[in-house]
Design a protein around this ligand. Sequence first.
Ligand SMILES: Cc1cc2nc3c(=O)[nH]c(=O)nc-3n(C[C@H](O)[C@H](O)[C@H](O)COP(=O)(O)O)c2cc1C
Length: 338
Amino acid sequence: MFQIGSNTFDRAVFLAPMEAVTERPFRRQCRKFGADMVYTEFVSAEALIRNAAKSHDKIFLAEDEHPVGIQIYGNREEALVEATQLSERMGPDLIDINFGCPVKKVACKGQGAGSGLLRYPDLLVDLTRAVVQATSLPVTVKTRLGWDDRSIIIVDLARRLEDLGVAALTLHARTRCQMFKGNADWDWIAKVKEAVSIPVIGNGDVTAPEDVLRMFDHTGCDAVMIGRGAIGNPWIFTRAQALLSGRPDPGPPQFEDRARLYLDLLAENIEMKGERRAVLEMRKHVSGYLRGMPNISWLRGRLMQETDQAGVEGAVRDYLERLADPKFAGLREHMSVS
Ligand SMILES: Cc1cc2nc3c(=O)[nH]c(=O)nc-3n(C[C@H](O)[C@H](O)[C@H](O)COP(=O)(O)O)c2cc1C
């Protein structure tokens, strides 16, 4: 059992922050499927304090998605402090600081933000201290091993962050220079867990429900965070939770249920960002929600062309009717393939 602020967890499974993916509707769906905590996508502190409407939308939270963390990034103390205070007003359970983003425009601009700050650990520590002092909420940090394999600083950094009052540390067990290549090195998660007594959240390459158990066993971490493995696949949390409590893996939902979940997600996205944008952006979820279904290229092709909600709903309806047609008998028995 471990505690972050007022929330108590036990061998928890969290949804990773992911830009343009962990928006409110998807976060809510993952919570319903058993994610113990979810995070917003990262939000630029500078954009937040400039009052950019888009950034404010990103930190607007629904009542039923708690526990939820707001993730911010930046490299200027005043901006991070002000962004922390703005975020606190949205009522999150914690503020998470991103020191892990490897993309050039974030990590390499000026002194860099995100993982760029792994080259300036003193600044990283000072910025974190300022955020911790600016809020009464728990502050957590999400980071990587170091800038490259010659500068892995995570064990020392984790101790310094613990000393200044960080409430938990998430470690994506790659260096910045690895980006998303190679394998995450889970041994480092185990080393960090041994070095500190704050909760350690392990992250990197958990793509199947069994990987959650493997990561707990391999690292002794307190929670496992799932990123890419949850895209188009929110039921990975239900499946992992079943395994964690010693029950059999229930497998993915039946196709009709997956289609309904896809349409529900679309409807909530439309409410949030308007019909056209939501329909186009939902295309990134298509492959995941429909993975393994019979004759699916037909439906995928149509969903990639539709530009409004009625079109998407019609395409799904047509597909289900085709499956129900006796001509397609035999296809249905494959319907729960993952
Ligand atoms: C599309 C995408 C967007 C991401 N956006 C963020 C982000 O906003 N904040 C963050 O801390 N990490 C972000 N990440 C990194 C993930 O949170 C996670 O650390 C990484 O994908 C490794 O975990 P995984 O192997 O389970 O995917 C992103 C990853 C992906 C694939």
